[in-house]
Design a protein around this ligand. Sequence first.
Ligand code: HPA
Length: 277
Amino acid sequence: MAMTKILEASQFILSKISKKPKVGIVLGSGLGIYIDQIQDKMIIPYQEIPHFKRTSVEGHSGALIIGEVNGVTVAALQGRLHAYEGYAMEDIVLPVRTLAAIGIEYLFLTNASGGINAEFHPGDLVAISDHINLSGRNPLVGPNIAELGPRFPDMGNAYDSEVRELLHSVAQRHHVDIKSGVYCSVLGPTYETPAEIRMLRTIGADLVGMSTVPEVIAANHLGLKVAGVACITNYAAGIKQEKLNHADVKKVAEKAMVGFATVLTETIGELNRMGKV
Ligand code: HPA
């Protein structure tokens, strides 16, 4: 069933495009306007793609954008599905699996996160170094689809170390500050309690969010090279006495866009110069 959905969705997309993308990008909350950086683009709304679910969260409009970034054909997913919306894991990871089926080898996942590490402040960019999956979900539960990958995928380099080094060196060259940290995924949709954030800090989390990990797991299963870039949109609960809301989260992410766009666009350009894409 999952395989049929991937094949039908990917055949539909391939019938619309002339150049196969090498790089996939998932744009998180407030980061969707990155599509302004994509040249010669074709926009395909999710509702036109077989089996793609429409997103329900405000600020995640739901479209696949295919175009050029720094001379590289990319496929960007603007708007993602979250487990807290009630979607099945299989539907949440279908877009990433479909991009792999149309040829991507690198996947850049982005999100808005709460900062737990005392050094992290709203507006900061963080290259995710590793994750802790506390969502209680895993997209690979159920019979393994051997055409996609192994039963027990290795997660030792889930956020590819070479791409991470590239992100840091590109950021440094372009004078963009980017930190490094361990992302913890939770189910949501409630933000965490202060006690939960104290626990997350104790177990080694630097930032927290409600997305990304399902796609990272599915992408590693597929053997893609994965990078994660988070925008810290707020102090996690209990760190500062402020109420958390989605509107503020989106506003901060939009402000971080210039640095974010530079790092993403130039890293993709660098992969191209290195002959990797
Ligand atoms: N917690 C969980 N998810 C989030 C947060 C947060 O503080 N900020 C943005 N997404």
